[in-house]
Design a protein around this ligand. Structure first.
Ligand code: PEP
Ligand code: MG
Length: 870
């Protein structure tokens, strides 16, 4: 097997094998752009490394050495040579870019001899030893896991001893001191000396990249983003070019368009006399890319030209890294840039207008999940007017966030777990903060630019972020910060506006989002492209209206029990539960019926004639009564019965396994009155609303839950049709209604051909179907699933992303069987999976008519359905 490729041997299509970075470096070389020579070790080599029990086997090692030889021949330099040494960078590069993995080691191949040669040859000893000390630092950090902080402390000590403030004031001698101090520290910590053999350095670095594929942060990121662990990462080894060799050298990162707003303008930052990580680490504040025009005009012109070529070539906004050495430009990376949801939509629309892409290509450019960020509240403009900003910094990732101050990612997790809203305030963030960032309402950093870690990751997550708030004086350890002379403590409320960069020292109310402008235009393309209909799960007129705002074409699931908890309904339900005689039971149901009817009228009104599927009472009845003795006592008093009587009824409802117990249509089999009551309410509501709005022509869709047998379905359906037909006849109107079933029990899927004799439609309740297929509870699985992820048994939560292999097989079978009996049977999904893009793709593949999801997921589902259809 070929495990190593020179850049010129690859291209952009080889992403699976070469990783994103490697494939794009190859592509840029092919396009004739100035890319330093190098080679890529494939993702297959990474997988082999794990297969072989975490060792790089001899075949791969030999190929690496062979390609190192080729690189030496190409560059005319030699690795570890005392005359003309070759230094390289070693960088990871998975198929999808993945923060949280080992990123970069620069200046690899340096040791005492090489450093001296570089110092002599470049006539720049400061540069040589600066490179050396950086290498030790990076190697120790990413290969050996020594804390970066300790090295920074050593630098600070030397600066104090020398009475200087800025890193740039460190002299060549200071750098040499740092090299020695770093090596001593390394030895003391690890009980081994720093490796001086460049080949050892290289193999260890490559292994560290492979290992980082399975570190905790990378695994977490993969799970959040549905990246399979089987992909593996590639490793890129590339000849170093130096941005830190003097004032005509520098390094930077840039986007072809603004990643925050999408504005069509080159966007980026650079630092002269600096190396890669200086720009993103936020240690020195970088200059804006426009200023490069003055500092290094030729390189700037060339860079602008390359940017435009790359954008046209990839037909997408590019995120690039470059280095300037001695005035000469080199490209180190290009990739499709991460961007905020706003930016994604603007770029997609602009590129269509520019004729660069068509509407379908535009649709494929936006991650459905990203739209979520646009659906969430913004600051209430009125409340915002009254607030004064305490400081303002870079608008790194848009959105509004209000929360209580926390200073560490761990604190953020803790507080968020206990239900608090938090804003994570950090000097700067690093990859280990990712989980804390994910649970925060927003992220505020003191250091760093638009391309800092915090900014990039926040944009990826759709979290709002303000970065580089240099006015803030941090006292992280003491738990406060000071800005504008005022102190803000841990737990105090602040608000940040990631669209303006403003920070407010108070809580600010927010208002809901709306779909307009680019968003509206983009969604209209999605609606043109998709064939799958999108419905919503809604139980109140308010949710129903919100969903319609977001583009829902109907309701796929009204969970009627959700209506039972409010007002007088819960009382009536409880009366029904404790009823001892048929008369008492009927009396309670008689109270419930008009209330249910009103509920349904409200929903029909809100949906203005769009189809609505009403699902009959589903949960076990114990959910409607208290369990706490005090509460039982109170309720007994309220209901005018004895404590003992009520307690007995309640204990009678106890089930060992209620989710597999007396629920769903089983309730109707035991208490036909419930089905009769709900039918009367539905039919009367439809008749009434149709009277007021004849053009809506509502046809009620009645859905029976948890059916597992044809006779069961017939039995309950008969209750429905008897009541419905009688009411319709008495009213003297024409009303068509439909009765269908949920497919939630595996047996229903297996016998779908039989059920289709009676059911006019199937709606897959994939929550219960998943639960009953896996045989683990949707409410409790969260407790042990993490261990299944760790053990790589399951890669993700089957309740969030449909298990196509198992549950999907049942669905597919039910679809086929159902259509055999009833070719025009209407099919949909109404479990949580109805809002999950990969599950929507599956639904589209099976040719279902619709998916139904919660209101806030409707736009995501519309886009996912469009992408599935393209
Ligand atoms: C389901 O089981 O998928 C479903 C939609 O019903 P519920 O979530 O109410 O059990
Ligand atoms: Mg269910």
């Amino acid at each position: 097997t070929k495990y190593v490729y020179l850049f010129q041997e690859g291209d952009a299509n080889m992403r699976e094998l070469l990783g994103g970075k490697g494939a794009n470096l190859a592509e840029m070389s092919k396009l004739g752009m100035p890319v330093p020579n190098g080679f890529t070790i494939t993702t297959e080599a990474c997988n082999k490394y794990y297969e072989d029990g975490e060792t790089i086997n001899e075949e791969i090692q030999a190929q690496i050495m062979e390609y190192l030889g080729k690189l030496e021949a190409e560059t005319g330099k030699k690795f570890g040579d005392a005359q003309n040494p070759l230094l390289v960078s070693v960088r990871s590069g998975a198929r999808a870019s993945m923060p949280g993995m080992m990123d970069t080691i620069l200046n690899l191949g340096i040791n005492d001899v090489v450093a001296k040669t570089i110092a002599d040859k470049s006539q720049n000893p400061r540069f040589a030893y600066d490179s050396y000390r950086r290498f030790i630092q990076m190697f120790a950090d990413v290969v050996k896991g020594l804390s970066k902080k300790r090295f920074e402390e050593i630098i600070d000590e030397v600066k104090v001893q020398r009475g200087i403030k800025d890193d740039l004031e460190l002299t060549a001698e200071d750098m040499m001191t740092l090299v020695e101090r770093f090596k001593e520290f390394y030895q003391a910590e690890l009980h081994e000396s720093f490796p001086t053999d460049p080949k050892t350095q290289m193999m260890e670095a490559i292994e560290a990249v492979f290992k980082s594929w399975n570190n905790e942060r990378a695994i977490y990121y993969r799970r959040m983003n549905d990246i399979p662990s089987s992909w593996g990462t590639a490793v890129n080894v590339q000849m170093m070019v130096f941005g830190n060799m003097g004032e005509d050298c520098g390094t930077g990162v840039a986007f072809t368009r603004s990643p925050a707003t999408g504005e069509n303008k080159l966007f980026g930052e650079f630092l002269m006399n600096a190396q890669g990580e200086d720009v993103v680490a936020g240690v020195r504040t970088p200059q804006s890319i426009d200023q490069l025009k003055e500092v290094s005009p030729t390189a700037y012109e060339q860079f602008v030209d390359i940017c435009s070529k790359l954008e046209h070539h990839y037909k997408n906004m590019q995120d690039m890294e470059f280095t300037i050495e001695g005035g000469k430009l080199f490209m180190l990376q290009t990739r499709n840039g991460k961007r905020t949801a706003q930016a994604a939509l603007k770029i997609a629309c602009d590129m269509v207008d520019e004729g660069l892409i068509n509407e379908e290509e535009a649709l494929l450019m936006v991650e459905p999940q990203q739209l979520d960020a646009l659906l969430h509240p913004m600051f209430d403009p009125e409340a915002l007017k009254k607030a004064t900003a305490i400081t303002s910094a870079l608008p790194a990732s848009p959105g509004a966030g209000s929360g209580q101050i926390v200073f560490t990612a761990d604190e953020a997790k803790e507080e968020a777990d206990s239900g608090k809203k938090v804003i994570l305030v950090r000097l700067e963030t690093s990859p280990e903060d990712i989980e804390g960032m994910a649970v925060s309402e927003g992220i505020l950093t003191v250091r760093g630019g638009m391309t800092s870690h915090a900014a990039v990751v926040a944009r990826g997550m759709g979290a709002c972020c303000v970065s580089g708030a240099g006015d803030i004086e941090m006292h992280e350890e003491e738990g406060y910060f000071v800005v504008g002379g005022k102190r803000y403590n841990r737990g105090d409320w602040i608000s940040i506006d990631g669209s303006t960069g403003n920070v407010y020292g108070e809580k600010i109310e927010t208002v809901p989002a709306e779909i307009s402008g680019n968003f509206e235009r983009f969604m209209s393309w999605a609606d043109k492209a998709r064939t799958l209909k999108i419905r919503t799960n809604a139980d109140t007129p308010r949710d129903a209206r919100q969903a319609v705002e977001f583009g829902a074409e109907g309701i796929g699931l009204v969970r009627t029990e959700h209506m039972f908890f409010e007002g007088d309904k819960i009382k009536a339900i409880r009366e029904m539960i404790v009823a001892k005689t048929d008369e008492q039971m009927q009396a309670a149901l008689n109270k419930l019926e008009p209330m249910q009817q009103k509920d349904f009228e409200g929903i029909y009104e809100a949906m203005e004639g769009r189809p609505v599927t009403i699902r009959y009472l589903d949960p076990p009845l114990h959910e409607f009564v208290p369990t706490d003795p005090e509460d039982i006592k109170e309720l007994a008093k309220e209901m005018n019965i004895s404590y003992d009587e009520l307690a007995q009824v309640i204990s009678g409802l106890h089930e060992v396994n209620p989710m597999m117990g007396h629920r769903g249509s089983r309730l109707d089999v035991s208490n036909p009155g419930i089905a009769h009551m709900q039918t009367a309410a539905v039919i009367k509501a439809a008749i009434n609303v149709n009277k007021a709005h004849p053009d809506w022509n509502i046809e009620p869709e009645i859905m029976l839950p948890l059916i597992g047998d044809l006779k069961e379905l017939q039995y309950v359906k008969k209750m429905v049709t008897e009541t419905a037909d009688q009411i319709i006849a008495e009213a003297g109107v024409e009303l068509t209604y439909h009765v269908g079933t949920m497919i939630e029990v595996p047996r229903a899927a297996l016998l779908a051909d039989e059920l289709a004799q009676e059911a006019e439609f199937f709606s897959f309740g994939t929550n219960d179907l998943t639960q009953l297929t896996f045989g683990f509870s949707r409410d409790d699985a969260g407790k042990f699933l993490p261990e299944y992820y760790d053990a790589k048994i399951y890669e993700n939560d089957p309740f969030a992303r449909l298990d196509q292999k198992g549950v999907g097989k049942l669905i597919e079978m039910a679809v086929t069987l159902g259509r055999q009996t009833r070719p025009d049977i209407k099919l949909g999904i109404c479990g949580e999976h109805g809002g999950d893009p990969s599950s929507i793709e599956f639904a589209n593949k099976l040719g279902l008519s619709y998916v139904s999801c919660s209101p806030y997921r409707v736009p995501i589902a519309r886009l996912a359905a469009a992408q599935a259809a393209i």
